[in-house]
Design a binder for this molecule. Structure first.
Ligand code: HEC
Length: 115
């Protein structure tokens, strides 16, 4: 009797879990859309404001904890690389936070800054 019970239990779990996964998968897209209905994912200005503005003041136009970025003479590669790797001890690395296209959008935003 015991054995039969556990088999039924296991069968129940196996049947239930695919349904559980399906139900979970069908929800997040709706929620994600509600949370970011706009192009925020590749909006360099928004990403900069939320992630970088704390140290690079006034949207990167003024020095704060980090240097002013407006009018930088650094290359796109340098800026993108600094965002990816940060600088130990002073600036966090964002390589695992942003996708490559998001990093490019941030570089693009910095390029729009006027001194
Ligand atoms: C915790 C503070 C902090 C945050 C947050 C931060 N930075 Fe920095 N950043 C710094 C500091 C400090 C430096 C100067 C490091 C050095 O000594 O070279 C720097 C340097 C840089 C440089 C190189 C400037 C140059 O010409 O040498 C770039 C580009 C830059 N940050 C971009 C960003 C971007 C883009 C973000 C957001 C994704 C960001 N930073 C977030 C503190 C920060």
């Amino acid at each position: 009797m015991r054995i039969t019970k556990s088999i039924i239990l296991i069968a129940g779990i196996t049947v239930a879990s695919p349904l559980g996964v399906a139900a979970q998968q069908s929800q997040p897209p709706d929620q994600a859309q509600a949370a970011s209905p706009s192009q925020n994912d590749i909006d360099g200005q928004t990403m900069f404001a939320t992630s970088c503005g704390f140290c690079h003041q006034d949207g990167g136009r003024a020095a704060g904890r980090g240097p002013k970025l407006a009018g930088t003479t650094r290359s796109d590669d340098f800026i993108a690389d600094r965002v990816r790797k940060g600088k130990p001890g002073v600036m966090p690395a964002y390589g695992s936070v942003f996708s490559e296209s998001q990093i490019m959008a941030i570089v693009g935003y910095i390029r729009t800054l006027e001194e």
